[in-house]
Structure formats: structure tokens, C-alpha cells
Ligand binder design. Structure first.
Ligand code: PLP
Length: 415
């Protein structure tokens, strides 16, 4: 984080042309995601998609999803985006959902719904949430906000959730059990069917966190990969989170939170009229909801369609396969058997974090894992064009580290 600057507001404003030029210049030191040098934070699906995002966003930029009666256009686009998502994720005729501002929002609202569902069934007092160690910290954030105890359970073989170990810590106060499809660190889909069977037996709410997988896995399956059941097809999965602004290639600020039935979603809704401003009913954490995030999601989904997503995701899985072959040749071992867009790989001899530093110096910005120390790539369609360049730099980086430069990133952050 930069130090907080002391910048007073200018007395007089400046021309937009002047500001625009300055702003473009300010990006000079940023990660070079447009060149495919970034495999975290940004999903680069190409200029065709970027144009649709930009223009569709600005068409409804000023409208507010908080007012569906004032903006029936947005209400209808939201309903259609959710319906498209549910049709991909085997939602069935009863399933419902909403657009939220992102994965953390979707997860927070799903946890709130599960907690209130448990309360409605007389489960008051302490509450806990059971999840694999590989699950996203958004659950920690939600649990902190709602004063719910978090039980992270060590993962088992193949970097996947250990269902027996999770079952052992589920008790009467458990309001939700989580599986990831896939987990962010490893990009692997947890054994959702086994976790769901355990949840059905215990009468506990199961949530599938498909934030990073929900809008790629269905298409990779259509492209021919044998993806295990992970969505509402699995009995016992009551809610899901799936981010539009990741592999849905939509503009940022858009995710979906999905429920098996309206009766379950009711526990997410906020409905308040105990103030002088009249009744306020909102589905998600936000009050004001940017219309542009909704309209851009609607536009990108309709622009790509199933065929478009299949083609974009084919580029992603091709890039992942090329990376897997290339890194194996350099002495790396891929963690588990990834099928989607994320791949993590550790080196059998060299310090992966020292290699990370070398790659970072060469302009590659990615995430990494800590257990075990490994490099991590979350690939986009653009990466199909740069895998050779990436692998060449990786070979050089390995040589430098093998030659004795083992300095690690000075500040190891989550990503
Ligand atoms: C990205 C991600 C989240 C959080 O989503 P945000 O949009 O960053 O809030 C949650 N779970 C998984 C698995 C993710 O990859």
C-alpha cells in the first residue's frame, strides 16, 4: 500500500482531456495485463469482449439496481442473467438467485441466508461454518461479520477437501458446510457429491463456492472434459456463488448468488421499514447497485452465447495444457489434476517462491501458493498467445535460482 498522500482538492478543476492523458500515464507502472503478463486479478478475453463490457456498462452506468420499479430494464436483465446462470448450473425450475457486487458479496449473503435458515428452525446461539482449508477467505470475512465460528479442516489426498475430517467437526451448531468448485489455490473441484451426501445425512446447508469455476466448468464439460457433478445437479447443494466478473468475462462488480428454491432465498432478503424513509427491501449487501455491472453482464452473456464461451474457454484450457507440459519439462510438478483455468505447480528441487521473484522481475504478475510453495496461474484466453514466452522466461528463472540467487519476494502477500 502506498502511504496516504496529503492532497488537497484543487481550487479549480481541469479539462477532461488533460486529466485523461494524466490517468493513462498513471497506469504505466501497472501490471501489463493487456500483454497477457498477468494471471491474477484480470481476465483478458480479448478486445471484442472488452468493447461490449465498456459500451454496455456505460449505457446503464447511471441507473440503479436498487430501484427495480424505476428501472424495470435492469430488473429484467438481472433476472435473465440469473436464469442463464441457473440453466448452466442445473438450477431446475424452482431455483432463483441475484446479481451481487462480487464473490465476497455472494458468499456473505449465502452465509447470512444459511444462518437465518438455521435460526428459523430453532437453532439459536452459537453458530459455526465448516470448510476445507483451501476455501476462500471470503468465508472468514463473512464469519467475522456475523460472529460465526469458522472451522477450517485440513485437506486430504490430491489437494481436495477431506470429507471424513469435515464430517467429524460438523455438529448441531453448524449452519453451513462448504465445498469449492474449484478452490482458488489449487484450481481443483472438491468432492461435492460426497460432501453433499454428508450434509443431507446431517440436515446441514451445503454451499458450493463456484466463484471462479461457475462460468467455466459447464463449458469445459461441453468441450469434452469429464467434469464431476458439482452444481445443483447434486442433491443437497442448497446454494452456490458464481462470479460473472471472473470466467464469465463480465465487467467487474458482478457475481451471482444462487439458491435451490425461493424458500431458501427468503432468508437472504433484507426488509426494513422501521425508519422515516419508507420500506426498503434489498436482496444483497449493497444499497445502491450499479446498473452498469448488470447491463454489461447481460450484454457479454448474450454477445458470447454458449458457442462463444466454449471457444474462449477452449483457448484457456489449451493454454493450461501447454503450461502443464512445459513446466513438467522444467522439473515442476503440477498440483493435482486441474481441468479448468487454474494451474499450480511446485518445483521438485528449487524454491518456488524464489522462482516467483525472478518471474515477477521479468514482468509476470501471478499468484502463488504457500502450502506447498508453488507458482499459480489463473489463465485467460490471451494466455494462449504467450505460453511460449512465459515458459522461456520460466526456464531462465529456474536457471538463475539454480545458480544460487534464492532471494524471495520481500513482501509475500496472498497474491
Ligand atoms: C475470487 C474468489 C472469491 C471471492 O470473489 P471476489 O469477487 O474477489 O470477492 C471467492 N471464492 C473463490 C474460489 C474465488 O476464486
Amino acid at each position: 500500500m502506498a502511504d496516504q498522500p496529503h492532497v488537497p482538492m484543487p481550487d479549480q478543476g481541469r479539462d477532461w482531456a488533460d486529466l485523461r492523458a494524466e490517468m493513462v500515464g498513471r497506469g504505466d507502472g501497472d501490471a501489463r495485463w493487456r500483454d497477457g503478463r498477468t494471471s491474477v486479478y484480470v481476465f483478458n478475453a480479448g478486445e471484442d469482449v472488452a468493447q461490449v463490457q465498456r459500451e454496455a456498462y456505460s449505457l446503464y452506468m447511471s441507473e440503479n439496481g436498487l430501484g427495480p420499479a424505476a428501472f424495470p430494464s435492469l430488473a429484467k436483465m438481472e433476472a435473465e442473467v440469473v436464469a442463464m446462470g441457473l440453466s448452466l448450473l442445473n438450477g431446475g425450475p424452482e431455483a432463483v438467485g441475484n446479481i451481487t457486487s462480487g464473490g465476497t458479496d455472494s458468499i456473505t449473503m449465502a452465509v447470512k441466508a444459511a444462518r437465518d435458515y438455521a435460526r428459523a428452525r430453532g437453532q439459536n446461539g452459537a453458530a459455526n461454518l465448516v470448510l476445507p482449508y483451501s476455501a476462500h477467505p471470503a468465508f472468514d470475512k463473512a464469519a467475522m461479520l456475523m460472529d460465526i465460528e469458522l472451522r477450517r479442516v485440513a485437506i486430504g489426498d490430491g489437494y481436495l477437501a477431506d470429507v471424513d475430517a469435515m464430517a467429524a467437526v460438523v455438529d448441531d451448531a453448524t449452519v453451513m458446510v462448504v465445498g469449492s468448485a474449484p478452490s482458488f489455490p489449487y484450481g481443483l473441484i472438491d468432492p461435492i457429491e460426497s460432501i453433499a451426501a454428508m450434509c443431507r445425512e446431517r440436515g446441514v446447508w451445503m454451499h458450493v463456492d463456484a466463484c471462479v469455476g461457475g462460468y467455466i466448468a459447464p463449458f469445459v464439460r461441453m468441450n469434452g472434459a469429464g467434469i464431476v457433478p458439482f452444481d445443483f445437479e447434486v442433491d443437497g447443494v442448497l446454494s452456490m456463488s458464481a462470479d460473472l466478473h471472473k470466467y464469465g468475462y463480465c465487467a467487474k462488480g458482478a457475481s451471482t448468488v444462487l439458491f435451490r428454491s425461493e424458500q431458501l432465498r427468503q432468508h437472504m432478503m433484507f426488509d426494513c421499514d422501521d425508519w422515516p424513509g419508507g420500506r426498503m427491501v434489498t436482496p444483497t449487501l449493497a444499497g445502491t447497485r450499479p446498473g452498469g455491472a448488470i447491463s454489461a453482464a447481460w450484454a457479454v452473456m448474450n454477445h458470447l452465447g454458449v458457442a462463444g464461451y466454449r471457444a474462449k474457454h477452449r483457448l484457456v484450457t489449451n493454454a493450461r495444457e501447454a503450461v502443464e507440459v512445459g513446466v513438467a519439462n522444467l522439473g515442476f510438478e503440477v498440483l493435482g489434476e486441474p481441468q479448468l483455468g487454474i494451474v499450480a505447480f511446485r518445483h521438485t528441487e528449487l524454491d518456488a517462491h524464489a522462482i516467483y521473484r525472478q518471474m515477477y522481475r521479468r514482468g509476470w504478475v501471478s499468484a502463488f501458493t504457500t502450502e506447498p510453495p508453488a507458482l499459480h496461474l489463473m489463465l485467460s484466453p490471451i494466455h494462449a498467445e504467450v505460453t511460449d514466452e512465459y515458459l522461456a522466461d520460466l526456464a531462465q528463472s529456474c536457471d538463475v535460482v539454480a545458480g544460487g540467487d534464492t532471494s524471495r519476494p520481500s513482501e509475500i502477500r496472498y497474491s
